[in-house]
Ligand binder design. Structure first.
Ligand code: ATP
Ligand code: MG
Length: 388
């Protein structure tokens, strides 16, 4: 592989749309390469505000704000997909390097277009149908075309399970139907949920991180615990990695692509959804892999050689969610007892205020065996609390 057209240039300006925790961890990785990071988001007290080279206040959904920001940058990337992509298209036309490609972002940020993309490219995914609104979906249920149970998803602006409703019975149809343009999807009999993070650079080099297993918080519908390696056979792991490679190549994007998949009880892999950026399921790589997902994203968008993706030690990642009954200035309880265990890596997101189930940080627990990591993670889960 030749990188003659690449220059390692520490003075180039990397613009990131979004200043949340993913932006923060991206800035921290960039600092190791002495890269200069610029964040566009509403408020400088957001997580990335304190660690970037410069924070530029503005709205990443506003065309003019993104244009004004992007014009000053050499490379533009994102930490959230719900941004003004029209501005990104225009910046690309001006000759700016924009990763992920705006056309891929347009497909991904609309779950309807995303599902159609899988269908068109023969990427296995749960059967679905698009609807103009919830009334049209209801009619399809009434005339028997869609049968309970099934899953309804809003086409845009869903995240952390907020745009997803699992409808099991008639009462759910009355209470849990989400408003607006949506899709209905078959309820998959899931054996295991996994995520595979792929990276690709402009030389078309691709690298794949090992699959991780996602365990969900029953109430919050948020990933609570993530395990790497996933409890899947080597054959399924290889199939999942090949599928992730197929998907990133077909979206033709540079940077990271996190591919969420269902392993069905029949043993088939289905793509659930993708995220073209660093992902919750890759946090553990900071502490447990040869290259972190954040460094990998930078390597990929800067057209540098991709880093090795091997896992050094088994890892469990816990999202630190705000405790259910607390709202206000965040306090962290039980930290010392957890840090006393070997292999406990604490990452707080610098959010001043906690609220029920808000993502306040994460903890990665590395250990010589996954069993040991799980045991210690259980201790952390029971002892580390975010309260007010
Ligand atoms: N077709 C399906 N069959 C079974 N379970 C599903 C299906 N679609 C979604 N789910 C469940 O709902 C969760 C959230 O769905 P999805 O990932 O599409 O939404 P999201 O809001 O974008 O999630 P997040 O931001 O947390 O990744 C999935 O991880 C899975 O547990
Ligand atoms: Mg998801």
């Amino acid at each position: 592989m030749h990188y003659l057209c690449t220059m390692f240039d520490t003075t180039q300006k990397i613009g990131i749309l979004g200043g949340g925790q993913l932006g923060k961890m991206l800035c921290l990785a960039a600092a190791n390469f002495d890269f200069k990071t610029y964040i566009l988001d509403a408020q400088p007290d957001f997580p990335a505000g304190k660690v970037c080279t410069q924070f530029i206040p503005g709205n990443f959904n506003d065309y003019d704000d993104v244009m004004a920001f992007g014009r000053e940058m050499d490379i533009i990337t994102i930490e959230i997909e719900h941004v003004n992509t029209q501005a990104l298209h225009d910046l690309e036309k001006m000759g700016k390097t924009v990763h992920p490609a705006p056309r891929a972002l347009d497909l991904i940020k609309d779950k309807g277009l995303q599902k159609e993309f899988y269908h068109t490219h023969a990427i296995p995914t749960a059967d679905f149908e698009l609807f103009e609104d919830e009334q049209a979906l209801l009619e399809a249920v009434q005339n028997g075309r869609w049968k309970l149970p099934f899953v309804q998803k809003t086409r845009s602006a869903g995240y952390d399970g907020k745009g997803v409703s699992i409808l099991r019975n008639a009462a759910d149809l009355e209470q849990k139907l989400l408003k607006g343009p949506c899709l209905a999807e078959k309820l998959v009999p899931v054996q295991t949920e996994i995520a595979v993070i792929a990276a690709r650079n402009a030389q078309d080099e691709v690298a794949i991180f090992p699959a991780v297993e996602m365990d969900f918080h029953p109430e919050a519908n948020l990933v609570e615990m993530l395990l790497c390696p996933a409890a899947i056979s080597p054959l399924v792991a290889a199939q999942a990695e090949a599928l992730a490679e197929q998907v990133i190549r077909q979206f033709d994007l540079c940077g990271l692509l996190a591919v969420e998949m269902f392993l069905t009880v029949e043993g088939d892999l289905l793509v659930n959804e993708v995220a073209p950026r660093p992902h919750n399921s890759g946090h553990h790589t900071i502490d447990s892999a040869i290259t972190s997902q954040y460094e990998q994203h930078l390597r990929a968008i800067c057209n540098l050689p991709l880093g090795a993706t091997d896992q050094i030690q088994p890892a469990v990642m816990l999202n630190l969610l705000g405790a259910a009954d607390f709202k206000g200035p965040a306090k962290y309880e039980g930290v010392e007892a957890c840090l006393a265990l070997p292999g406990v890596h604490l990452h707080l997101y610098s959010k001043a205020l906690t609220s029920p189930f808000r993502k306040m940080g994460h903890v990665t627990i590395t250990a010589p065996t996954l069993e040991l990591a799980k045991e210690r993670a259980e201790f952390v889960k029971n002892n580390l609390k975010v309260i007010a």
